[in-house]
Each structure stands twice: as structure tokens, then as C-alpha cells.
Write a protein that binds this ligand. Structure first.
Ligand code: 6U4
Length: 160
């Protein structure tokens, strides 16, 4: 089974907005903002809806910068065995509204040099630096027990 998600990283000069996930998938980790695509929605519509629901921010412009596939090869991780999640990554450089806490996320600004990779999904340290460098990328990660990265590949691309 394949599930499609969005993930937004909001930039403001040399800072990025991350949220502490308060419940559900990825709980206890700092992450971008996003979620599942609902029936009848485009990826872009879902990206805007989730950003607004989770942090009260209206996106003025976003750039689609990455597509990552996550495969779970062991059953005790965060998802079920054999499940593949496809996550569409967006870079947001212009937005309206002050980020506010929601039921799901507690937002906080981080200097790019201080992004807390040790309290994030373990794949983030591999692809976020590409995002910070203005690159576009396709990647695949295979997780083992305890959500450790067992295998991965990342390719820079010119166009998503
Ligand atoms: P509910 O609780 O059903 O409303 P929803 O907000 O639709 O959930 P959620 O919160 O489960 O979806 O979405 C998970 C979020 O985590 C998405 O933005 C994608 C992101 N995500 C999933 N795996 C990830 C990973 N390995 N690395 C990463 N982000 C990941 O950086």
C-alpha cells in the first residue's frame, strides 16, 4: 500500500520553522508541517491545508523541492511492514500569519546551523542540508527496527 503525504519547511532569512509533533505518527520529533492527501485534493491543496491547520500559517508561495519514499522493512517501527510512504517536500519562502501552536504541533524557529537532527526523523539529516542548499532531490529510505535508516539513496534532480 502506498500513502502520499506533504511536508513543508518554512524559511525566514537564516531560520526555519519546525514543529514538535504532539501526537500520532512521528510524535516527540521536530518536523516540517504536513499530512496525508485527502480524497479529491491535489498535493498542493493538501500542503496548504495542512500548513494552515497545524501552524495557522497561510502559504503565499511554495516550491516543490523533493520527493522521498520511505519503506518500513521491520514491523516494530512507526508504520506497518512493507508500507511505503511517499512524502512531497515543499520549501516555503513567503507566508502570512504568525505561527501558532495547534493540537498537533508546537512551532519553533531554528537557525539553520542549529537544526536538532537528533530529535528528528533519522532521514532528515541526509536530505535537509540539500534543501538548505537550494537543491531539488528524489530519495528513498528503508527503515529497520526502531526507525533506524538501513539503506538510502538520494539523487539531486533539476526538476521534480
Ligand atoms: P492525522 O493525525 O490523521 O490528521 P495527518 O496530519 O494527515 O494525520 P500525519 O501527521 O500522520 O498526517 O503526517 C505525518 C507527517 O510526517 C507528514 O508531514 C509527513 C511526515 N513524515 C513522515 N515520515 C517522515 C520521515 N521519515 N521524515 C520526515 N517526515 C516524515 O522528515
Amino acid at each position: 500500500m502506498k500513502k502520499i503525504f506533504t511536508l513543508c519547511v518554512v524559511f525566514q532569512s537564516s531560520r526555519v520553522l519546525l514543529g514538535m509533533k504532539k501526537r500520532g505518527f512521528g510524535e516527540g520529533r521536530w518536523n516540517g508541517f504536513g499530512g496525508k492527501i485527502k480524497d479529491g485534493e491535489t498535493i498542493e491543496e493538501a500542503m496548504r491545508r495542512e500548513m494552515h491547520e497545524e501552524a495557522g500559517v497561510k502559504i503565499d508561495s511554495a516550491e516543490h523541492v523533493g520527493i522521498l519514499d520511505f519503506e518500513f522493512s521491520e514491523q516494530d517501527g512507526s508504520a506497518s511492514l512493507g508500507e511505503i510512504l511517499t512524502v512531497h517536500i515543499f520549501r516555503v519562502d513567503s507566508f502570512t500569519g504568525e505561527p501558532r501552536e495547534s493540537d498537533e504541533m508546537k512551532p519553533q524557529w531554528f537557525d539553520i546551523a542549529d537544526v536538532p537532527y537528533e530529535i528528528m526523523w533519522p532521514d532528515d539529516k541526509y536530505w535537509m542540508p540539500l534543501l538548505f542548499d537550494g537543491k531539488k532531490f528524489h530519495g528513498k529510505f528503508v527503515f529497520g527496527k526502531g526507525d533506524v535508516v538501513r539503506e538510502y539513496s538520494i539523487d539531486e534532480v533539476q526538476k521534480i
